[in-house]
Design a protein around this ligand. Structure first.
Ligand SMILES: Cc1ncc(COP(=O)(O)O)c(C=O)c1O
Length: 384
């Protein structure tokens, strides 16, 4: 066969019996479902026969990356033959200065997802459990299950983390508690007094992961910045990301701040070059682009107000949000999602979170927000 001949892999698959991996793959991985990837925008447009669609589905920054990040990436392109700096020296130094912590208390990740997974792998074994809210970022349950440990989801109370119930649920086998503040997909926060009571009640050998992915959007004085609660001997890990307000979701970069001993353990199991060189230089440049961050935050503030007011006008309940998205009760989430899609507006249906009545919409530019609201009004029809 010539090397140019195309191999038909479907034919190969059809002429062989399907592989039976049941004896090879641990049962907890057999039970795991892959995170459902979205379709590329271009494919979606082709399938629905639309153009110029807007994506308000993944809580991304509608203004794009910081121009400073783009300039830094351009400069770094010619060094792509080199491996990245495996220690993330300059970025960790900048983050250490910003947060007034030691650089060795910081670990960089291929998105904060990477660090969520490292924490699960470092602390969980079969027979252990980890607690999270039932409607919180889906990745928590997935990474826990992938280690063979048991995820123990706790229902939300009024769409908000029920920190009392979570503290009470901690048992002999609990190793980690995952919290997102603000929470995804509800956008709600728990306030400082509840957080402080929670910290007092959690046993000292349980790791608390405070996922503050949306912290940069919060302007509420009652919001507890978990970074202010790191103390010697406290098993607290704060997660931050460059995917949201910094607009670098496509590059995959986030970080964790925690006790030196914990970060040292996480470093042992991370891949040596888990963060690309472009991600590192872009994040470093984006960190200093306060104009871009301020502009994004102001747009988010106004956009949320507009979306909330529009929901009230349309008679649609919503969950007040402190993040860059809004959870709206549209009655039938899947139907409204489909109908909006046909109009080129991509929001996120919420069945996977057990919220079939809801859609989650990311705050876009003013024009995008208007287009979403116009679409929603048309799809829902006149108010009844
Ligand atoms: C609560 C929460 N944590 C973490 C992430 C993931 O962030 P990253 O892109 O840094 O992996 C998201 C993304 O949507 C999120 O909603």
């Amino acid at each position: 066969m010539s090397t140019h001949e195309k191999i038909d892999t479907t034919a190969v698959a059809e002429t062989h019996d399907a592989l039976d991996l049941r004896a090879l793959v641990p049962e907890w991985i057999q039970k795991l479902a892959a995170y459902p990837p979205g379709m590329p925008l271009e494919e979606l447009e082709r399938e629905y026969g639309i153009t110029g669609s807007i994506k308000l589905a993944s809580n991304e920054n509608p203004f794009g990356p910081s121009p400073r990040a783009l300039a830094a990436i351009e400069q770094a392109l010619s060094s792509l033959n080199r491996y990245p700096d495996g220690s993330g020296f300059y970025l960790r130094r900048a983050l250490a200065e910003r947060h007034r912590v030691a650089a060795d208390a910081i670990i960089l990740g291929n998105g904060s997802n990477d660090i969520i997974e490292l924490v699960a792998r470092a602390f969980l074994r079969r027979g252990d459990d980890a607690i999270m809210a039932e409607q919180a970022f889906v990745i928590y349950q997935m990474v826990v299950q992938a280690t063979g440990a048991t995820p123990r989801p706790i229902p939300l109370k009024h769409y908000t983390h029920d920190l009392d119930a979570i503290a009470q649920a901690i048992g002999r086998h609990t190793r980690i508690v995952f919290l997102a503040n603000p929470n995804n997909p509800t956008g709600t926060i728990y306030p400082r007094d509840e957080w402080e009571d929670f910290l007092d009640s959690v046993p000292s050998d349980v790791v608390i992961v405070a996922d503050d992915a949306y912290a940069d959007y919060v302007e509420d004085p009652e919001y507890p910045n978990s970074l202010a609660y790191h103390r010697r001997g406290r098993l607290l890990i704060t997660l931050r990301t460059f995917s949201k307000i910094y607009g670098l979701a496509g590059l995959r970069i986030g970080y964790g701040v925690g006790p030196l001993e914990v970060i040292e353990v996480l470093n042992r199991i991370r891949q040596p070059f888990n963060v690309s060189s472009l991600a590192q230089v872009a994040a470093l440049a984006a960190l200093d682009d306060t104009a871009h961050v301020e502009r994004t935050r102001a747009n988010n503030r106004d956009g949320l107000a507009f979306l909330c007011a529009s929901c009230e006008r349309l008679g649609r309940p919503y969950v007040p949000s402190w993040a860059n998205f809004l959870l709206i009760d549209v009655g039938e989430g899947a139907r409204v999602y489909e109908a909006l899609l046909r109009r080129g507006v991509i929001a996120r249906p919420m069945e996977v979170y057990g919220l079939p009545r809801n859609l989650r919409v990311t705050v876009g530019t003013p024009a995008e927000n208007e287009r979403f609201v116009d679409g929603l009004a048309a799809v829902l029809g006149p108010r009844t």
